[in-house]
Design a protein around this ligand. Sequence first.
Ligand SMILES: *Cc1c(COP(=O)(O)O)cnc(C)c1O
Length: 220
Amino acid sequence: MVSERIDRIKQTLPEGVRLVAVSKYHPVEMIQEAYDGGQRIFGESHVQELVQKYDILPKDIQWHFIGHLQTNKVKYIAPFVSLIHAVDSEHLLREIDKQAKKCGRIIPVLMQVHVAKEETKFGFLPDELLAFMQSGAWQQYENVSIEGLMCMATNTDDEAEIAREFEQAQQLFEMVNGKWLNGKWTTRSWGMSDDYPIAVQHGSNMVRIGSLIFGERVYS
Ligand SMILES: *Cc1c(COP(=O)(O)O)cnc(C)c1O
């Protein structure tokens, strides 16, 4: 049962760590089941799928967009999205700001930082993020609220490597938050089904868990 799996995972999470139930590729019936058990935060990574689910499901769900977001699709989710996890360019930040303004909203976002060894993962390199923060360019976007960092670790069995990557994200978070934000950043989004216990040991306070809750995804 979906709700039982969620409860079991929540019991293992330290106080203050929020759970994003990653429901991509899973049917609305399963999301409804999790909702009925009390879960309110769900993560999706495809715009069209998210919009369809948003239309059908209860309106007090907090939808998080966790995947790579194309700028030309921001407009479809801007009216309702609760948090965009993976801002990987200033171009995307600018578009979110523009669409948020049109909706009369301030959209919360996280900056994605690339700490993994894999080349395929998106995100600012740590040095790029520091340069971007130092530039102050982010301050002009009044309709986005940058609230922290998101990252993905390398997909590996090497737990020491995963820990190192999360630790790097954690140190970056502390540095940016201290230097430019007066400690106002709140959110550290790292950890998935296979690595979330390591993530919470290394600073995560928001885990994004899919297959452990909903089972294996069937890609069609
Ligand atoms: C799919 C996805 C997850 C969840 O992955 P699981 O291994 O199923 O827990 C977490 N974060 C992002 C960015 C994802 O795309």
